[in-house]
Design a protein around this ligand. Structure first.
Ligand code: PLP
Length: 387
């Protein structure tokens, strides 16, 4: 609409630096080959670049070994992998899985499927009116029947940053395995899976300045070794015969078929880019964007922020009296501003707040204070038109 674009939909997906775009393009133009199978130079180079990416990602989240990094399509596939391989094979009727009210559908539905398959119980830890997990309630739910606890690091719908180390500690006291959905966390928090103490951690490349169609599942090596394969096919086998098949080592046991080679290489390039910026100042900068959102949102008549946790990322979810969130999104788009409106794949959370959806502006380290100001100016303009 002849206005310079302001991109404030980073919780849905982030933009990509030129280095990532060039790395992808260069791979396809100059290096394209399949991995793990060829003896020719191109295949060896592609395999080396693909496996180097695994090492870079392992270092990024402080995994003990690169064997603990499984390439997936994204967070969704990672949750499904753990649900179908680990949970389905381990859980019985009397066992419990705990998730929280904050979860994205991709951290709800796979556990509902496991519930149907195994007869286990699925318990939901409640959140407060500000959108924070109620620790006492969470603790009460955790008992000797609890086998898996799964929660997001940061809520995509509200921006709440969960106290993941504390939640993990509580879950571990009852012997449960902990899965963390880190889809929203990679650009906001330094991730150290060993310090957190979780068993599984997942994130998506496209929300971390990397390509779409690639993500990772981190799993503790001993657990991954015990888990049965999830999908069968090439690369995940050691030997195949019609009498039976033996499986490859971890992580390849979980990577059936040709992987997203360029995606993995592109994701590592994004992490390299991110590692060259001063993370402390990036964090302080995003914190100042969050503060600016808080300040400016309080100046708009009839605007209610949904999700007011003390520890929040730069996601601002809101509703305005008598105005549909989609109308706000459309009027902002007419002013060149991209935000998201709807239920943000968190229908149960919306139901909890008694709303159908919100308008959500989500910022990241490359957004500016001026952009936040422009967004709120545009929201005020939209409010006046729609009121
Ligand atoms: N979990 C959270 C918190 C998310 O925000 C998202 C995506 O919006 C997902 C999981 C699913 O990620 P993907 O669609 O990349 O698999």
């Amino acid at each position: 609409n002849d206005a310079p674009i302001i991109y404030a939909d980073n919780a849905a997906t982030t933009q990509k630096p030129l280095s990532v775009i060039r790395r992808l393009s260069n791979f396809y133009a100059e290096e394209n080959s399949n991995v793990h199978r060829g003896v020719h130079a191109l295949s060896e180079a592609a395999t080396a670049a693909f496996e180097d990416s695994r090492k870079i990602i392992a270092k990024f989240i402080n995994a003990q070994s690169e064997a603990e990094i499984i390439f997936t399509k994204g967070t969704t596939e990672a949750v499904n992998l753990v649900a179908q391989s680990y949970a389905r094979s381990q859980l019985k009727t009397n066992d419990k899985v705990i998730i929280t009210e904050l979860e994205h559908h991709s951290n709800i539905v796979p556990w509902q499927i496991v519930k149907e398959q195994t007869g286990c119980e699925l318990c939901i830890a409640p959140v407060s009116t500000s959108g924070e997990v109620l620790l006492e309630e969470f603790e009460k739910l955790c008992d000797e029947r609890t086998k898996i606890v799964s929660f997001s690091h940061i809520s995509n719908a509200l921006g709440t940053i969960n106290p993941v180390t504390e939640l993990t500690k509580i879950a571990k006291l009852c012997g449960a395995k902990v899965f963390i959905d880190g889809a929203q966390a990679t650009l906001h928090e330094a991730i150290d899976v060993q310090k957190i103490g979780c068993d599984f951690y997942a994130f998506s490349g496209h929300k971390a300045i990397g390509p779409t169609g690639i993500g990772i599942l981190y799993g503790k090596l001993n657990l991954l070794e015990e888990m049965p394969p999830w999908q069968g096919g090439g690369d995940m086998i050691e030997k195949v015969s019609f009498k039976g098949t033996t499986y490859n080592n971890v992580p390849y046991k979980f990577e059936a078929g040709t992987p997203n080679i360029a995606g993995a290489i592109g994701l590592a390039e994004g992490i390299k880019y991110y590692s060259t910026i001063d993370l402390q100042s990036a964090k302080e900068h995003t914190r100042s964007l969050t503060k600016k959102c808080e300040e400016l949102s309080s100046c708009i008549s009839g605007l209610r922020v949904i999700g007011t946790a003390t520890n929040k990322s730069s996601i601002c979810s809101f509703i305005i009296d008598n105005i549909h969130p989609n109308d706000i999104g459309t009027l902002l788009d007419q002013q060149g501003i991209a935000i998201r409106s709807g239920h943000h794949c968190a229908m149960p959370l919306m139901e909890k707040f008694g709303i159908k959806g919100t308008a959500r502006a989500s910022f990241t380290f490359y957004n500016t204070i001026e952009e936040v100001e422009q967004v709120f100016k545009a929201i005020e303009k939209a409010r006046k038109i729609l009121a």
